[in-house]
Design a protein around this ligand. Structure first.
Ligand code: SAM
Length: 880
């Protein structure tokens, strides 16, 4: 029963951009002859529209680069390339915390698995759909159809509809198989604080939420917290849309540069600052997911445009940012905690080189874990220990060989030994993607390949096997010292280094091992605090803060506790206290001084409540609205009178904790429109955030639980229940609640408004008419022994309704209603009504008489926004 929203323009734009990446119209080229060829996805494009030309699934520079890097043994090269040219099979995951989890599992096993058998076209595959063997609990499924086949094949239409609908309501998530791997290696527990540093569009965030909610009983909240961050405001909105499908009060969405993610630390147990030591003093995490921005060439099966775009500079240009993000993640990680670094790139400069640099910077404080005994059924290959760097058409095996004028661009950390790292810090000061590198290589990728064919590659076994621990750092693989012209062209003749870090513990997932995309994953554990010298290094490198602070740390003067008042916003009624000056003050400066912040801060958040305020209201808003311009502040909702009226109207048991758990985004208490529920873990972070001067830029949080409802019916309560929050509140509601038979429940969903005498069960109609006017809950009792315990049953089905003068009206979005209708019909063996029979305002006797809307007087503003029902957002969400 996740919530839903109308798709915004932003989401449509993202979707269109996504589509751009699939097929392009090429008016210059005549339609290709023939039917479906071996080009897989490329050939599929011809089925529907012959004027749509497939991308050429080749790029000599790509092959040249990865052959030289020996990411795949020579004997497997053809298999590897052939697989890259095939379309990616679709995959999805069942949300084990959704109430229809069992129903969906059985539908897949007993219905679709058999009915789709005949549609399998791949001679190597027996099953039409099958669970991914490595995903725990058979929750993830692989289809032997590509996304294109799903869209085009008539026989698959029903199944495709099923996938779209279940994805939209949050019962399943369509996600690339390899993208599901990183969260599994986090070993998440229900009480963990987790940071997802680069989270949009949110498939892994959703997976993390599934993990923390999976074993939670109805009405209970896990103690966990997920902070999902992304620098891109528009992608943040996709993330918000995605996670709205989950009933969770444990999520905070933030909008920061991950490498500058603010620290929220109060002076450590200072009695002046905080008397209650049980309160959260420091925002740090048990788990960090660092799924960094990358060149993305592992997604080429899904995004064929990559063939055309790819160049070696893409990876080089991202390396530094990736290191900075990972280092910030380690800074925010608790001692003993795990961080997973991942990319969907195959490039060692973005993968092993980044991991090696982390290990180099952190010394004994961080360990690269051997996770070979975790998920044993997942086929993976060891990380590389040797690689080289390509820049402007030349190969370099060591930083020493890089021409002087390129030394600041091609940093030592890109090489296996990392030698010369100290020099690079001068250049690292501010983190930027070096477009110069990318541009240069764009030219290279088109100009240099033919003239510089590399005919020979070094031996295969160096990269993928061997025990790197036995190797010396910067051991040279070739004794030949090339002259300048050799160096430029021949990858085999250059000196290459070998890392002595155990990089074989990193995991490479390659497409031809299990018919997937490519992915890179490294699991690291923080063994001890990063020492002060390392921290100083880190700060110098990452945050560009004042030199004297870094020097102070280097000299071992410890943490600087001088508060930077100019960077903290004094909150009315909040004792800002003695805020520990962390590097985040530097971050805050960055955010506000680099010209980015004002743009960044223009967050258009779906939850933003200023939509309800007219010009007069806006003027009334207090000056101090929060730390971040354009983002509504998070305000604890403390209006006692309103809370009392809600509690009394719905008979909410006093075991349901409300105090400190209700927040709004509207500082004007008299005009609050939506109230959100937050878990204790979120509540604590919010309190801490206020104390440190609102360093977190929070774009979304919590679970919408109550919404303002004006009505002419004279309801004593001005707030109705939100469908999103109902599963959480249901076990605690004692008034305004009705229990319906399957047939009456079905009719309610089918006709949406039913007059009291028209219910099949007359007693139900009478009970409905006896309720107080206003919002109520209807629970399906069929299939349950004892009415009193239904609400505690995870499979209980309930909907929010409105009791008017003459009838009961459903307040569930049409899409949720349709989905629910089909689910109950399947569960209770009822006939699924045809689409034409599901008319929102038809009487059950079949006449088209409209319900008396004037008597209902439901505030149109309060009717739930309908969920998007077409394909656009479902596809957009599939983005890795
Ligand atoms: C590989 S995608 C993340 C995919 C996501 N983890 C998921 O599973 O849906 C990388 C994300 O990093 C974001 N990003 C790029 N630079 C960033 C930065 N400096 N800080 C935070 N996020 C960044 C991009 O906007 C993009 O959404």
């Amino acid at each position: 029963m996740g919530g839903g929203r109308k798709r915004g323009r932003t989401q449509r734009r993202h979707f269109k951009q996504g589509r751009e990446n699939v097929w392009k119209h090429n008016p210059q080229r005549p339609p290709a002859a023939g039917g479906e060829g071996a080009e897989g996805g490329a050939a599929e494009g011809r089925e529907g529209n012959p004027s749509w030309q497939p991308f050429a699934t080749e790029n000599p520079a790509f092959e040249d680069y990865y052959k030289a890097q020996q990411i795949i043994p020579e004997g497997e090269w053809d298999d590897f390339m052939n697989m890259l040219r095939k379309p990616l099979p679709a995959t999805f995951r069942i949300n084990a915390s959704c109430q229809f989890y069992q129903d969906i599992c059985s539908q897949l096993e007993n219905d679709f698995r058999k009915s789709l058998e005949t549609e399998v076209s791949d001679e190597h595959e027996e099953d039409a759909i099958r669970p991914l063997p490595w995903y725990p609990g058979n929750l993830a499924w692989h289809l032997n159809f590509s996304r294109m086949q799903l869209r085009r094949n008539q026989a698959l239409e029903g199944f495709h509809e099923f996938l779209k609908r279940e994805n939209e309501v949050g019962n399943i998530t369509r996600q690339e198989a390899v993208s599901m791997v990183p969260p599994l290696f986090l070993n998440v527990q229900p009480d963990h604080h987790i940071l997802d540093m680069c989270a949009a569009p949110g498939s892994k965030t959703f997976q993390l939420l599934e993990m923390i909610h999976q074993s939670t009983k109805p009405g209970m909240l896990p103690n966990a917290l997920v902070v999902a961050n992304d620098v891109d405001v528009q992608r943040c909105n996709l993330l918000i849309h995605q996670t709205k499908r989950m009933c969770t009060a444990n999520l905070i969405v933030t909008n920061h540069e991950a490498q500058n993610f603010p620290g929220c630390n109060l002076a450590k147990f200072s009695s002046e600052t905080c008397t209650d030591e049980s309160k959260l003093q420091r925002l740090e995490f048990d788990r960090v997911l660092c799924d960094v921005p990358c060149s993305g060439d592992g997604t080429v099966r899904k995004a064929p445009d990559m063939w055309r775009k790819w160049n070696a500079g893409m990876g080089n240009g991202l390396h530094r940012l990736q290191v900075e993000i990972a280092m910030r993640g380690i800074g925010l990680l608790k001692v003993g905690g795990r961080i997973v670094y991942s990319t969907c790139s195959m490039n060692p400069v973005e993968n092993e080189a980044v991991v090696a640099e982390i290990l180099r910077r952190c010394g004994d404080s961080v360990e690269l874990l051997d996770v070979s005994n975790e998920l044993p059924e997942l086929v993976r290959r060891p990380g590389l220990s040797t690689w080289k760097v390509r820049d402007r058409g030349s190969w370099f095996g060591t930083h020493e060989d890089v021409p002087r004028y390129r030394k600041n661009v091609i940093s030592p950390s890109m090489f296996p030994s990392g030698k010369g790292t100290m020099d690079s810090h001068v250049a690292i000061g501010s983190v930027e993607i070096n477009t110069d590198v990318i541009d240069a290589d764009m030219k290279d990728s088109t100009n240099m390949v033919e003239g510089e064919q590399e005919t020979k590659t070094a031996s295969d076994d160096v990269n993928n096997g061997g025990d790197p621990n036995t190797e010396e750092t910067s051991k040279l693989e070739s004794n030949e010292v090339p002259n300048d012209s050799d160096k430029k062209s021949n990858s085999a003749s250059i000196r290459t280094e070998h890392s002595n870090f155990p990089l074989h513990r990193c995991m490479r997932i390659v497409p031809h091992d299990q018919n997937s995309g490519a992915f890179f994953i490294a699991v690291l554990q923080k063994i001890s605090p990063i020492n002060e010298n390392q921290e100083a290094e880190l700060i110098k490198g990452e945050h560009n803060i004042s030199k004297d602070r870094a020097e102070k740390l280097e000299k071992g003067l410890g943490s600087d506790k001088v508060p930077h008042k100019e960077n903290t916003v004094q909150q009315q009624g909040v004792d800002d206290g003695n805020v520990m000056d962390e590097q985040q003050n530097g971050d805050v400066d960055n955010e506000t001084s680099n010209g980015k912040s004002s743009e960044e801060a223009k967050v258009i958040v779906n939850e933003a409540e200023n939509d309800q305020a007219g010009p007069r209201d806006r003027r009334r808003k207090p000056q101090n609205q929060g730390r971040w311009r354009g983002v509504d502040p998070v305000i604890f909702f403390k209006d006692e009178a309103t809370i009392r009226s809600i509690v009394s109207f719905y008979g909410i048991k006093d075991t349901f904790p409300l105090e400190g758990h209700l927040v709004t985004r509207n500082p004007d208490a008299g005009h609050v429109k939506r109230i959100y529920y937050v878990s204790k873990s979120v509540q604590e972070v919010l309190e801490l955030n206020v104390k440190v001067g609102e360093r977190l830029k929070i774009t979304s949080l919590g679970l919408k639980i109550f919404e303002r409802q004006s009505s002419k019916d004279g309801s004593p309560c001005t707030f109705r229940l939100s469908s999103e929050g109902l599963p959480l509140l249901l076990p605690y509601i004692t008034k305004q609640i009705l229990y319906a038979s399957a047939i009456d429940f079905q009719h309610l969903l089918q006709y949406r408004t039913i007059k009291f005498p028209d219910f099949v069960d007359a007693k139900f109609g009478e009970e409905a008419s006896a309720l107080l006017p206003g919002c109520c809950v209807v629970v399906l009792w069929e299939g349950h022994q004892n009415i009193d315990s239904i609400a505690m049953d995870p499979s209980a089905i309930a909907i929010v309704c409105w009791k008017g003068k003459t009838n009961l009206c459903v307040m569930v979005s049409p899409l949720d209603g349709k989905e629910l209708l089909e689910r109950i019909c399947l569960r209770y063996g009822l006939k699924i009504p045809k689409a034409d029979d599901v008319k929102p305002s038809m009487k059950i006797d079949g006449s088209d008489e409209q319900p008396d809307l004037s008597t209902e007087a439901v505030d149109p503003e309060a009717v739930p926004e309908s969920k998007a029902s077409d394909m656009e957002i479902a596809d957009a969400k599939e983005v890795e």
